[in-house]
Write a protein that binds this ligand. Structure first.
Ligand code: SF4
Length: 325
């Protein structure tokens, strides 16, 4: 037993970002745990505690993209979007992605591996920026890395460390049903965004191929159930693709599902990726689609994309350094 504690204590010092304060305080002396937590979260961390480093930074007026190199040589990308009073960190949860959405470059080379809780937390710490929103919306499907994601959220919220407010954390997912059910039972109260992008199973299978075992009606049902259980608005994201999901029947089905429900529909425009067959809709078309949804009684917003010019917008994250691996 003593041996096990010694090993664990060595691990804490090698990769301390993967531990909650309570876990640390059980294994090392409490005053040591306090000092270590303070050096991790109250000051900029010492190099010896980091398992990754910044390889590149791309900057534009309102957006910065960080390329991080991990301990095994894989790279991930994290985006910082400046706001008037701070900024949003868009955090990755996997190297690559297995879902294969046709509008997204992150899964172009398939799935490589899950990120550890420590690697998710370090993405936020290494930016040295004032972060007041965290969105798990970068590379990877967060709910396919469920346990590590939940642990990272607990670490970010830890009162002894960053003390990050739960309602400032958003999880964006394509909505695997089994994991949505599990998430509903967590006492986390984070914001949930579900990427829906279709109203029929056939079209959804075309857009999000590896979710074809998840019935679209069940995905909607679980989203609505989360909204009720946690009494908070769930966002359903809908990427408008001309000629694919912008038909009158799509408007009717969205109204049938969502009228009088506690949801918001986010209309997104496609950010160009390597898939040249998909077109960005004309602004007028998006406005007309939004109007019709509003007439049908839905709460709709049109989202502006940030960071297209540095390939930092939704769907564009795909670290070039991983390509030849
Ligand atoms: S949009 Fe998300 S789930 Fe889909 S391929 Fe990209 S990273 Fe994966």
């Amino acid at each position: 037993m003593r041996h096990l504690f010694k090993d664990l204590s060595g691990h804490i010092k090698k990769d301390p970002y993967g531990f909650t304060y309570d876990e640390m305080a059980k294994v090392i002396q409490e005053n040591e745990a306090k000092a270590l937590y303070a050096s991790l979260y109250k000051h900029f961390p010492k190099k010896k505690y980091l398992t990754m480093h910044i390889k590149d930074i791309y900057k534009k007026t309102d957006t910065e993209k960080y390329v991080y190199e991990l301990i095994d040589g894989n790279c991930i990308e994290t985006v910082y979007i400046k706001r008037r009073d701070g900024g949003t960190a868009c955090v990755s949860t996997q190297v690559g992605c297995s879902v294969g959405c046709v509008f997204c470059n992150s899964g172009r080379n398939g799935f490589v591996r899950n990120l550890t809780p420590s690697e998710m937390v370090q993405q936020v710490r290494l930016m040295r920026r004032k972060v007041n929103r965290i969105v798990f919306m970068g590379m990877g499907e967060p709910l396919f890395n469920y346990d590590n994601l939940i642990k990272a959220i607990h670490i970010l919220r830890d009162r002894n460390g960053m003390n990050f407010p739960t309602n400032g954390i958003t999880l964006s997912t394509v909505g695997p049903v089994k994991q949505l059910k599990k998430l509903r039972e967590e006492h986390l109260k984070i914001q949930l965004t579900i990427s829906l992008h279709a109203t029929t199973q056939a079209i959804r299978n075309r857009i999000i191929p590896n979710m074809n075992k998840n019935d679209i009606n069940d995905v909607v049902k679980e989203g609505l159930s989360y909204a009720k259980r946690h009494n908070r608005k769930v966002v359903f994201a809908y990427l408008l693709l001309p000629g694919i999901n912008d038909r009158p029947s799509d408007i009717r089905q969205l109204a049938t599902w969502f009228k009088n429900e506690n949801i918001m529909l986010n209309l997104l425009e496609y950010n160009p990726t390597s898939n040249l067959q998909i077109k960005t809709p004309a602004k007028q078309k998006m406005i007309a689609f939004k109007k019709q949804l509003e007439l049908a009684g839905l709460d709709v917003v049109m989202r502006v994309s940030h960071g297209r010019d540095i390939k930092a917008a939704c769907g564009q994250l795909a670290c070039k350094y991983n390509e030849n691996k």
